[in-house]
Design a protein around this ligand. Structure first.
Ligand SMILES: O=C(O)CCC(=O)C(=O)O
Ligand SMILES: [Fe+2]
Length: 381
């Protein structure tokens, strides 16, 4: 039986309002640093931002539940996500499973909804590999999804939720910059078009009978690749688990909060000072679980130099000895058939880490190459 850890809940209001003092923001930054450096996972809340309200949480849960309640024929009409990094559309059950463990979840991936004039403007320069149109269900399905909704349409609810979460992520960037002893706009400088390449995934996890997770799991153990992952799971059901102190621990859903995970790129840039935690999703065997996960990225062409000055840390980061690699080794114990694949990935991660820190490759190209590996090896991310 997994136990819960004392993962802190941080009120980030000071990062989301213009009226806060530097001292208030600094206090939040200190809390962020402590949680990031201990667990790499924490809860955030604020009474000043709508995304944390019960009303908005119910609204997005309702929309998500409706989507996954469509019948299989309707789901088959939603465009499926494609390989290559730009992922929009429906993820069928098992569609991104690891080689040995079937992931019992279905998903829907969407991101920034381009306005026609923005599309025209961007058409002149061309979109990067992580930008593009959303893949919505067709009109009759959208009409069905809209039926009985009290406020707004299905599409509007999803779009608003995505932009709200991106706004919260922007606020967090201030706190993280301060936590690292940097000017508070430092990370934001590298995230000027983040919302156009970041994305949201709505997930529906199905119950399963395999409690040892040898053949079935919700989401296999992994670390997230980007900057920040922000997760809403308005269900009481447990599911998300953190690997800490050599054990798995539940990260239960708490009302009016989002869970934040640090990503690998942020961890890399801090020489592992901010942890990118190993996590997974498991079922209790009985209940379904819904979650909404925003994978927040910096700019596609970001080439961010190491954010910490400590020479020892710098050495560790460049040699690839940071949490991403440690975490992936920990995962091998779970499934020895994947050991050789993981070994190869470790080597690959080391060389990518060096290239990223030297500015030989930008973030977007790195992510696209990682997604290509996912599909080649038939693994999730
Ligand atoms: O559904 C969740 O709570 C987390 C899923 C997750 O870790 C992921 O998709 O990267
Ligand atoms: Fe994750």
């Amino acid at each position: 039986m997994s136990t819960s850890l004392a993962i802190p809940t941080i009120d980030i209001s000071a990062l989301l309002t213009y009226s806060s003092s530097k001292q208030q923001r600094q206090e939040v930054a200190t809390e962020l640093l402590n949680s990031f450096a201990t667990f790499g996972v924490f809860y955030i809340t604020s009474s000043t931002h709508p995304v944390f309200s019960s009303k908005k949480s119910k609204q997005i849960l309702d929309a998500t539940t409706r989507l996954f309640a469509l019948d299989p024929t309707q789901k088959s009409q939603i465009p499926k996500i494609q390989p290559g990094g730009f992922t929009r559309g429906y993820v069928p059950v098992g569609g991104e499973s690891g080689s040995a463990t079937k992931e019992l979840k279905e998903g829907f991936s969407y991101g920034y909804e381009w306005k026609p004039d923005e599309l025209e403007a961007v058409a002149k320069t061309g979109m990067n590999g992580l930008q593009g149109p959303n893949a919505w269900p067709n009109k009759p399905i959208l009409d069905q999804l809209d039926q009985g909704l009290h406020e707004g349409t299905f599409k509007h609810i999803l779009q608003e939720f995505y932009l709200n979460v991106c706004e919260v992520a922007k606020g967090l960037l201030k706190g993280i910059s301060l936590a690292l002893g940097l000017p508070e706009d430092e990370l934001a400088k590298h995230c000027t078009t983040s919302e156009t390449i970041s994305f949201m995934r709505l997930f529906h996890y199905l119950p399963y009978a395999d409690h040892q997770h040898t053949s079935q799991i919700g989401s296999s153990a992994h670390t997230d690749w980007g900057f920040l992952t922000l997760i809403l799971s308005p269900c009481k059901t447990v599911g998300l688990q953190l690997f800490y102190g050599n054990e798995w621990h539940d990260v239960p859903s708490l009302e009016n909060t989002l869970v934040v995970n640090g990503g690998d790129y942020l961890s890399l840039l801090t020489g592992g000072k901010l942890i990118s935690p190993l996590h997974r999703v498991v079922s209790n065997g009985q209940e379904e679980r819904y979650s909404m996960c925003c994978f927040y990225y910096p700019d596609y062409d970001a080439k961010i130099p190491l954010l910490v000055q400590d020479q020892e840390v710098k050495g560790q980061a460049v040699s690839g000895n940071y949490s991403l690699l440690r975490d992936q080794r920990a995962e091998e114990g779970e499934d020895s058939s994947r050991t050789s694949v993981m070994g190869a990935e470790r080597q690959d991660a080391k060389s990518v880490a060096t290239k990223l820190l030297n500015g030989d490759i930008n973030f977007g190209d790195y992510i696209v190459s990682k997604w290509t590996q996912v599909y080649r090896k038939d693994r999730a991310y």
